[in-house]
Ligand binder design. Structure first.
Ligand code: SF4
Length: 241
């Protein structure tokens, strides 16, 4: 498999090969990355590609065992959950929104604002920083608030190719109706590794933010410096898988 991140400011790229050792599996991957100093978001396409790779492997494995992924275009029930994104993903999503043509850009920004207004009125945003033990309750209240992801259009993801890793790795195998009811048991496919979590562990500077706060995070946080080499970032992410 080959994964590529685009060059930075038209600069050079380099290609390397790694073998991912995950349990008994050995997965060869060729990666093309910018040659010079980069920020984490510059290599995000590689980490997202790893996320899709493990999601695809989990799907193949489940199908071999007679289980199927029930997620389909037109079912956006899970797109009302609190979606955690790494700082690099939040910045990439903000760039994506900036690059949208009008009037779509304004419409997507309006949905972000509207979602924040609803969550604020319910006091849910104030509870996000609570200790990890309370996060499940906050997540349930978030879901019950019914705030659709700003990128959900006609119950389908409008940024499918650029969706966050948490979305790529959330593969439901239970009946779709369960997803709309937070009290029912939703079964998800186990992945051999979760690059979304590995990126959070490796990119310790900024932590994570809910997707709905991505634009606020990008506006408030200092820009991510281009002061790391791509191989070093990817080594840290792969080491955290
Ligand atoms: S980014 Fe796409 S898949 Fe993820 S929650 Fe939003 S609409 Fe759903």
């Amino acid at each position: 498999m080959h994964l590529a991140a685009p060059p930075v400011d038209g600069g050079a790229v380099v290609t390397g090969r790694v073998t991912l050792a995950i349990g008994a599996a050995r997965i060869p991957v060729e990666m093309t990355v910018p040659a010079g100093p980069v920020a984490v978001e510059d290599v995000l396409p590689i980490v997202q590609g790893l996320s899709s790779l493990f999601a695809a492997r989990a799907t193949v494995q489940a199908e071999a065992e007679g289980r199927a992924v029930s997620c389909r275009a037109g079912c956006g029930a899970c797109c009302r959950q609190l979606v955690p994104v790494a700082a690099a993903e939040a910045r990439a999503l903000a760039r994506l929104v900036e690059a949208l043509p009008e009037p779509r850009r304004s419409e997507v920004r309006r949905r972000f604002d509207q979602g924040l207004e609803t969550l604020n009125a319910l006091g849910i945003l104030d509870r996000l920083d609570q200790d990890p033990a309370s996060r499940q309750a906050v997540g349930l209240d978030y879901f019950r608030a019914g705030v659709a992801c700003p990128f959900l259009e006609d119950e389908a993801c409008s940024i499918h190719a650029n969706r966050p890793m948490a979305c790529r790795e959330f593969l439901v195998s239970s009946p779709p109706a369960h997803c709309a009811d937070p009290s029912s048991a939703v079964e998800t496919l186990p992945l051999e590794a979760a690059p979304s979590v590995a990126l959070l562990k490796a990119d310790l500077r900024d932590g994570w933010t809910p997707l709905v706060l991505a634009l606020v995070f990008d506006a408030q946080a200092p820009p991510s410096p281009r002061d790391r080499d791509a191989a070093g970032i990817l080594k840290a992410v792969i080491g955290a898988l």
